[in-house]
Design a protein around this ligand. Structure first.
Ligand code: NDP
Length: 332
C-alpha cells in the first residue's frame, strides 16, 4: 500500500514537502476487515484543520501515520460477512491506494444510477452539507433572496441550485470568469470577489440583489462576510458552513467591522457541522439523487490523476483551482 503522511504541522499554506509518500506491506486481514482498492480520493478544505495538530471537531492527523479522507473503491479481499470482493464502497481510508479497514466502517455505495465518484461530491459529504445548511440551518424558504460564497465549489454549487429550485433569487460569489459563467448558466446572478474591497463587493451584491439578502450561505469569511452583512434584510439567517479565507492564516484575521448589522437587522448567524446531521442523509439522498440522475441538478468535477497528485489537488483548493468537486482519480 502507498499512502501519504504528514511530516510536520504546517503554518500558513502547507508546503508541498510536508506531504510524504510512503509504502508498507499490508498485514493479513483481521477478522471483520476488508481490503479496498481505491479508485477516487476526496480532498476537502476541512483537512487543513486536521493538519494543525489541534483537536477541533475532528481529531488531528498523526505525524508519520497514514492520512485519512473520503474515498471510493472496490473490495479486493474480505473477512467481513456482508462485504464481498467486487463490492463498491465509500470509506475514510483516503490519501492512499489500498486501504485495509474494519468492514463495519465502510458503506456500500447506494444505487442511484450516477457515477461512483458522485458519492464524494454532489451526493456525498459536500452535497449533504449544502442541503443541511440551506434547509436545516438557514431555513431557506421560497422567495428568499439568497447569497452564497464559494458558489461554484462542491458545496456552493449545490446550494445555489437547491435555492433556485425553491424559487429563490440567488447570487453567487466566485473567482474566475469561467466559474461566474457556469453560475450564470444555472440562473444565478454571478458576482466576482477578485480585486475588490469589501465595499466594492457590497455594491456588486446590491446590484445583483436589489431586494437585499434573506439567507447568506457562508463558505469564505473575510470580505465576503463583511459585504454580506451590509446587505442583510430584517430577520436574515446566516448559515456558517466554513471560512476558507482564514484556514491558512498565520495570525487570526480581525472580525468584520460591521458585525453589529446582526443587531440592527435582527439576523441570526449559526455554524454547523454536517456530521451531526448524518441521520438525515437518507432523506437528502431520496430528494436529491433522482434529480442528479435525471440531470435536473448540474454538478462539475475537477479531476487530478494519480496518487502523487493528491497534495497538489488539496493545495489547489486554496487557490480556486477547482470548479465543483476536487477529486483524485487513481489508475486501476
Ligand atoms: P470548494 O469546492 O468550494 O473549494 C474551495 C473554493 O473556495 C475554491 O475553489 C475557491 O473558489 C474558494 N476560495 C478559496 N480560498 C478563498 C479565499 N481566500 N477567498 C474566497 N474564496 C476562496 O470546497 P468545499 O465545497 O468542499 O467547501 C466549501 C466550504 O464549506 C469550506 O469553507 C469548507 O470548509 C466548508 N465545509 C463545511 C462543512 C461543515 O460541516 N461545516 C462540510 C464541508 C465543507 P473561487 O475560485 O471562487 O475563489
Amino acid at each position: 500500500s502507498r499512502f501519504y503522511t504528514l511530516t510536520d504541522h504546517p503554518t500558513g499554506l502547507p508546503k508541498r514537502e510536508l506531504f510524504s509518500l510512503e509504502s508498507q506491506e499490508l498485514p493479513d486481514l483481521d477478522e471483520g476487515e476488508v481490503r479496498i482498492r481505491n479508485h477516487w480520493l476526496s480532498v476537502d478544505p476541512y483537512m487543513r484543520g486536521r493538519m494543525s495538530g489541534v483537536h477541533t471537531y475532528v481529531a488531528p492527523f498523526q505525524l508519520g501515520k497514514p492520512m485519512e479522507g473520503g474515498a471510493i473503491g472496490e473490495v479486493i479481499a474480505s473477512n467481513h460477512p456482508n462485504l464481498k470482493v467486487g463490492d463498491k464502497v465509500s470509506h475514510m481510508g483516503g490519501w492512499r491506494d489500498i486501504a485495509q479497514l474494519p468492514g463495519d466502517s465502510v458503506t456500500a455505495l447506494p444505487d442511484h444510477n450516477v457515477p461512483d465518484q458522485a458519492y464524494l461530491g454532489v451526493l456525498g459529504m459536500p452535497g449533504m452539507t449544502a442541503w443541511t445548511g440551506l434547509n436545516l440551518i438557514a431555513e431557506c424558504k421560497p422567495g428568499d433572496n439568497v447569497l452564497v460564497s464559494a458558489a461554484s465549489g462542491a458545496v456552493g454549487s449545490l446550494v445555489v441550485q437547491l435555492a433556485k429550485a425553491k424559487g429563490c433569487h440567488v447570487v453567487g460569489i466566485a473567482g474566475a470568469a469561467h466559474k461566474l459563467a457556469w453560475l450564470e448558466s444555472l440562473g444565478v446572478e454571478p458576482v466576482s470577489y477578485r480585486d475588490r474591497s469589501a465595499q466594492e463587493l457590497s455594491d456588486a451584491i446590491k446590484l445583483a440583489s436589489p431586494n437585499g439578502i434573506d439567507v447568506y450561505f457562508e463558505n469564505v469569511g473575510g470580505i465576503c462576510l463583511e459585504a454580506a452583512l451590509s446587505q442583510l434584510n430584517e430577520g436574515a439567517r446566516i448559515a456558517v458552513c466554513g471560512m476558507i479565507d482564514g484556514y491558512n492564516a498565520e495570525t487570526p484575521a480581525p472580525g468584520p467591522s460591521n458585525l453589529s448589522q446582526l443587531v440592527a437587522r435582527k439576523a441570526k448567524m449559526q455554524g454547523f457541522i454536517v456530521a451531526d446531521h448524518w441521520a438525515s442523509y437518507g432523506y437528502f439522498l431520496n430528494e436529491v439523487a433522482p434529480q442528479v440522475a435525471d440531470g435536473k441538478l448540474d454538478y462539475k468535477e475537477t479531476i487530478k490523476e494519480g496518487l502523487e497528485s493528491t497534495p497538489d489537488a488539496f493545495l489547489a483548493l486554496f487557490e480556486g483551482g477547482n470548479t465543483g468537486k476536487m477529486l483524485v482519480k487513481l489508475s486501476d
